[in-house]
Design a protein around this ligand. Sequence first.
Ligand SMILES: *[C@@H]1O[C@H](CO)[C@@H](O)[C@H](O)[C@H]1NC(C)=O
Ligand SMILES: *[C@@H]1O[C@H](CO)[C@@H](O)[C@H](O)[C@H]1NC(C)=O
Ligand SMILES: *[C@@H]1O[C@H](CO)[C@@H](O)[C@H](O)[C@H]1NC(C)=O
Ligand SMILES: *[C@@H]1O[C@H](CO)[C@@H](O)[C@H](O)[C@H]1NC(C)=O
Ligand SMILES: *[C@@H]1O[C@H](CO)[C@@H](O)[C@H](O)[C@H]1NC(C)=O
Length: 476
Amino acid sequence: MARPCIRQLFALLTLLTLSLFGHPSAGLELDLTSTASIKNVASTIAYDMMSYYKGNLSGQIPGLLPGPPPDPKVTNAGYFWWEAGAMFGSMIDYWYYTGDSTYNDVVIQAMLFQTGDENDYLPKNQTNGMGNDDQGFWGMSAMTAAELGFPDPPSNKPQWLALAQGVYNTQLPRFDNDCGGGLHWQAYSFLAGYTYKNSISNGCFFNIASRLALYTGNASYATNAESTWDWMINIGFIDSAYNVYDGASTDTNCSQITKAQYSYNAGVFLLGAATMYNYTQGSQKWHDRVDGLLTGILTTFFPNGIAYEKQCEAVPTTCTIDMLSFKAYLTRWMAASTKLAPFIFDRVKAALETSAKAAAEQCSGSPAERPNGRMCGLSWSQGAVWDGTAGVGQQMAALEVIQSNLIDQAKAPLTAGTGGTSTGDPNAGSGDVGGSSPDAIKPSTLGDRVGAGILTALVTAIVVSGLVWVSMAERA
Ligand SMILES: *[C@@H]1O[C@H](CO)[C@@H](O)[C@H](O)[C@H]1NC(C)=O
Ligand SMILES: *[C@@H]1O[C@H](CO)[C@@H](O)[C@H](O)[C@H]1NC(C)=O
Ligand SMILES: *[C@@H]1O[C@H](CO)[C@@H](O)[C@H](O)[C@H]1NC(C)=O
Ligand SMILES: *[C@@H]1O[C@H](CO)[C@@H](O)[C@H](O)[C@H]1NC(C)=O
Ligand SMILES: *[C@@H]1O[C@H](CO)[C@@H](O)[C@H](O)[C@H]1NC(C)=O
């Protein structure tokens, strides 16, 4: 727990030194008119991001990043399980954009090690922190692997499409009538935070459901994607200007909405809506939703054309470790959306260009443990003056926004009808008792219960202020 403090102090000293003596580096040199330059810069950033991952070394657990925090109240001491799943998704994108297969085996090993016994991304080790969104991020990475034609796992292993279906099938029974519909934040009723319903959990489901509909052609997925969207509108988590708010407590029947806006919430719905637009062969309804979401995103998260995490970026040290990665998903999904809803291409490409230029400049950092002069901060709007932060989230965000500039050269996502080779299983995950009846896997150790109990008591005590919900919502 001392390390983050020292790190922050160091970051502050670095900033001071930089502002007094000028900066030694102008960041990574990026020429957006050159495919080779974009690929080179992406390769450097990916290498530095993967230097945080030790899961493929002997004695380590494949698929995990250092962390998670021993104390749930300390949010910046390690990486949660979901972020590793998100990171492997960005490495699948990396292969898609650059053709560089250097990391494929490491990614495949990790994605297959964390599937859980029932192949639905509910590994037992993660039960005590399992949010629908956490499971959803691994599911979305598996879906990406299927769509982009990432190498299929050996035939005796679960397949990408079936893994995404396993996530969908275990989440569907978790919808209930609290607040008139929707998924809870947490997957299991015994977890603190279950009484919160939020945009990211429902957004991950919507995103996966729409993509399963397009990939398989099965209308059942589209029906549930659409009803999830309708609930989001009805409950007011998405307003008439397409602002996407964080969520609300079921204790008040979702009548008091936490209005914090995080970029990934809007992004996860954009890709789902673009997919529905494509699935419905260009329907006016989904056209308008895609258009509205994108306008909202550009207004809220791109001041001066540069992607900005409005809730915390002004003081990056107030961003949780989760938030530092949100711009990665926003920009990834904006780029992917242009393939499905080409009418947004020009607006998205312009924003990705200005943001990528700015992000590359910000990759000029030398944190104590990686003094290489090229680690990426989050504060892209600050040009070459490194903001003193570094980590997986910042590397992932810079990687995605930069490589996304190759989207016009990249191939369209595959479906079962256009050459996709991933094998599905419409019933995947349905044998997982814990998936739909969480009490069946309720943790039995006293330590777990005490831990969760303390958190619940704390939450109950302070919840009236609404502050805890904001800080809890920071965790995906
Ligand atoms: C682990 O992965 C890294 C890339 O992230 C690679 O350089 C290294 O060789 C791998 N080590 C083993 C033991 O597979
Ligand atoms: C679960 O934890 C045990 C004990 O640390 C470890 O051996 C195992 O590899 C972990 N499994 C996964 C899927 O993380
Ligand atoms: C709770 O909210 C839902 C959705 O807005 C609504 O349909 C339902 O009537 C509300 N229930 C109560 C008891 O107010
Ligand atoms: C379509 O998806 C639903 C929901 O997963 C499933 O029950 C059904 O069997 C699927 N139909 C086909 C033809 O695969
Ligand atoms: C749907 O996506 C495909 C693949 O990218 C694209 O060719 C097609 O034009 C899209 N459909 C619509 C209606 O935009």
